[in-house]
Design a protein around this ligand. Structure first.
Ligand SMILES: [Zn+2]
Length: 621
């Protein structure tokens, strides 16, 4: 399934065609001819996608389908609009078809198609069930007299948009189309770097790899780079450091995810291909500050913020800059880099409980909204765009086995999905084809809903109510414990277990358990996470990732084209086909002169360890 640069066989005729169409008027041929798996050109499309014959096909609209849909629209224009809102897939195609047919509004050869890829890092199927059942519990008006549990709850803002109609589905439930298989090239359990490179390059690679193939660790062209090369706008939103594995895999090419100093230079645009990201919003300012600056994470003295300014990038450092940019004409274009935290951004529940943080950091939904507004304004000339939006810290709470942080950022992700879906509807109703894909790169924590607490036969239950009165992530609380050198048992009982986790029945044995760890933030965090997980009767099998399939969601223009049980690489192929991209050309360009690229690993011990593991198919047992 992997497609290394060495394995690429470029059809010279097709190459010329794609080169021409990138700057000429017949992009329809490239978009619909090369990549459309209609029965008559099955062979061609299958080889183009590198597809195996026994998997679901990626459904790309053929000219016949578009013509038929356009005909239907002409016959009954007043009905189409109504039907599209209710039905997805082909009917959504009928609505967006006019733009794709005309292609006259495109800019620089790119049609005006819009692709939004949302990644819920580390959110497995059990996590999705957990968020749905917690939302249903919060909105259950039978629980209290005269109102729901939301009144006065710290979860009110996060859960307020949920409507408990009918079965009480989440915004994601309503757009489930299948599942994604997640393994990497060297392990049945992927990491985020290999997981995101499957989406960005459409290839399987090794854990730790950022935009490089596994055989010789050479760079692979990404959908984001190909999109920008072909005239689309590009954007990235992430609640982690913007140089972290998932966003990095769309714009950088390094052999190890820990090389974040190098990754930052790709984002700023001083890398080998120059700039590829028009707007990037997230955390991780520390990798842009020279190591002579306090709080820098860089391994060298480069001032990447100064370099960004030299390249006319608009810098947004904090909410004040974001607001001023929003109120001014900032959404009108030019490259933008918004950094809202030194390191990762805060968990949403911690951000909402802290007025200082709330004034420094936007929510995931706010960042997605700003990115979309920017991309919409900048695409007024007819450009389409590719936008990746990552709920990064769902994964990190999974690593901590912390149900509070996990729920917090899953609910924030759902709010962002709800907003983006409305945006997709608007775009399709206005005739600009737009599709939203939501998927996780992997599951984190081995979460299970139901936990055996004793040797007795277990209860068939898990308890969302145990999480109701928690006000902070256990990471935040663990840091508070470690920072308080005069912590007492009473303080732990009242402030940390009580006000922090909403636990009113903490035992002396539990305080005994925390006491020896109280000077270490990480272990305090883990002890607290276990205390609340046990009360909710939820289990975790790992502080790392697991290998289960994850849910695949799609909504809008040709959403049904990705339906089925998919290899994660097919998400990348789907985006490539939907936008008519040529990743192979970008791969060739990146590999023309590799003087800039080091295939030796970084210097960190983790990097050395990770390279060794590459030899072990099953990972580190
Ligand atoms: Zn992870």
């Amino acid at each position: 399934m992997s497609r290394s640069p060495q394995a690429i066989e470029l059809d010279p005729v097709q190459f010329v065609l794609d080169e021409e169409t990138a700057s000429n008027s017949s992009h329809t041929e490239s978009l619909l001819g090369r990549h459309s798996p209609s029965s008559s050109d099955e062979k061609q499309s299958t080889s183009a996608a590198g597809a195996a014959s026994n998997r679901p096909r990626i459904l790309i609209p053929t000219r016949d389908m578009i013509a038929a849909a356009a005909g239907r629209r002409r016959e009954a224009p007043s009905h189409v609009k109504t039907v599209v809102v209710g039905l997805l897939g082909l009917l959504a195609l009928a609505y967006g078809v006019t733009s794709l047919l005309s292609l006259g509004s495109r800019f620089g050869g790119a049609p005006s198609v819009r692709v939004i890829l949302m990644i819920s890092d580390g959110m497995g199927p059990a996590s999705e069930t957990m968020s749905r059942e917690f939302l249903q519990y919060l909105h259950d008006t039978r629980s209290v007299d005269g109102g729901s549990l939301l009144n006065g709850s710290v979860w009110a803002t996060l859960a307020g948009g949920f409507e408990r109609d009918g079965f009480g589905l989440t915004p994601l439930d309503e757009m489930l189309v299948g599942a994604s298989r997640t393994r990497s090239s060297n392990s049945l359990v992927t990491d985020s770097a290999a997981g995101a490179t499957a989406f960005s390059c459409g290839i399987k690679t090794y854990n730790g790899a950022i935009g490089v193939e596994p055989a010789e660790k050479k760079p692979c062209g990404t959908v984001l780079e190909a999109a920008r090369r072909q005239g689309f706008l590009t954007g990235l939103v992430s609640t982690s450091r913007i140089t972290h594995a998932t966003p990095a895999s769309f714009y950088a090419h390094v052999v190890d995810r820990d090389l974040e100093s190098e990754i930052a230079s790709f984002l700023v645009g001083t890398g080998p291909r120059g700039p590829s990201v028009d707007i990037a919003l997230g955390g991780g300012e520390c990798f842009f500050l020279p190591n002579s600056t306090k709080g820098s994470c860089r391994t060298d003295g480069e001032d990447m913020l100064a370099k960004a300014e030299e390249l006319d990038v608009t810098l947004l450092r904090g909410m004040n800059d974001l607001r001023a940019w929003h109120d001014g004409d900032g959404h009108e274009g030019g490259r933008v880099l918004g950094l809202f935290a030194r390191d990762h951004m805060s968990y949403e529940i911690d951000r909402q409980q802290n007025s200082v943080l709330e004034n420094e950091q936007p929510s995931l939904k706010e960042m997605a909204s700003h990115a979309l507004q920017y991309l919409e304004n900048a695409s007024a000339g007819g450009k389409g765009f590719f936008l990746m939006v990552e709920g990064s810290r769902i994964d990190m709470a999974g690593h901590n086995n912390d149900p509070v942080g996990h729920l917090s950022d899953m609910l924030a992700y759902h709010e962002a999905v709800r907003f983006v879906k409305e945006w997709v509807d608007k775009s399709n109703e206005e005739g600009t084809p737009c599709v939203l894909i939501s998927v996780s790169d992997h599951e984190t924590g081995g979460l299970s809903l139901g936990r055996q607490l004793t040797t007795k036969y277990p209860e068939y239950a898990w308890y969302p109510d145990a999480l109701l009165n928690a006000t902070h992530s256990t990471e935040h609380l663990g840091a508070l414990v470690a920072a308080n050198s005069s912590a007492t048992r009473d303080w732990l009982r009242s402030e940390i277990y009580g006000r922090g986790l909403g636990i009113t029945d903490v035992t002396e044995k539990e305080i005994d358990e925390l006491w020896p760890h109280r000077k270490t933030a990480y272990w305090s965090n883990r002890v607290l996470a276990d205390a609340i997980s046990r009360r909710a009767q939820i289990g975790w099998s790992s502080a790392g990732h697991s290998g289960v399939d994850v849910n695949l969601y799609a909504y809008g223009f040709n959403a049904s084209g990705i339906a089925g049980n998919r290899e994660n690489t097919e998400i990348g192929s789907y985006i490539e086909h939907a936008m008519g991209l040529n990743l192979d050309v970008v791969t060739m360009e990146l590999n023309k002169d590799l003087a800039w690229h080091s295939t030796s690993a970084g210097k960190s011990p983790q990097t050395t360890q990770r390279r060794t593991e590459v030899k072990h198919y099953h990972g580190d047992f």
